[in-house]
Design a protein around this ligand. Structure first.
Ligand SMILES: [Zn+2]
Length: 125
């Protein structure tokens, strides 16, 4: 395999991981009823910044979806408030565990425990 085709396959993996991360986080945004225009812009900005990050740190590809979710979470605190809310505690934001790992899950810190995997939050009314 030439160097050039190896580079191409890594770019393809990166694109696929970025699309997967966007899809997972978008699913949770929609599940929380927060699919307003501004939030999708926040998501897309986070995905663009993580593209730069993962190109410099290819090992981070496994953590990409969790990182994008936490970027969105950090940005929404300033504008929309706590996201994603716990189904039982609307004023409590769920946290991703592990914060830096593959296959992260949303956890409520007020006793509900694990709510769902990233991308699988239950739809809220
Ligand atoms: Zn809770």
């Amino acid at each position: 395999m030439s160097d050039e085709s190896q580079n191409e396959s890594r770019i393809d993996d990166t694109s696929a991981a970025l699309l997967r991360a966007r899809a997972l986080v978008l699913r949770d945004i929609v599940a929380c009823g927060a699919d307003v225009h501004g939030i999708v812009d926040v998501l897309d900005a986070a995905v663009r910044e993580r593209e730069w990050w993962v190109q410099r740190w290819p090992e981070g590809i496994e953590f990409l979806a969790g990182q994008v979710a936490q970027d969105v979470q950090d940005r929404l605190v300033d504008t929309e408030g706590r996201w994603p809310p716990c189904p039982q505690h609307p004023d409590e934001a769920l946290q991703l565990e592990p914060p830096m790992g593959a296959d992260p899950h949303w956890i409520c810190g007020r006793g509900c425990g694990e709510i769902a995997a990233l991308g699988e939050l239950p739809r809220q009314a």
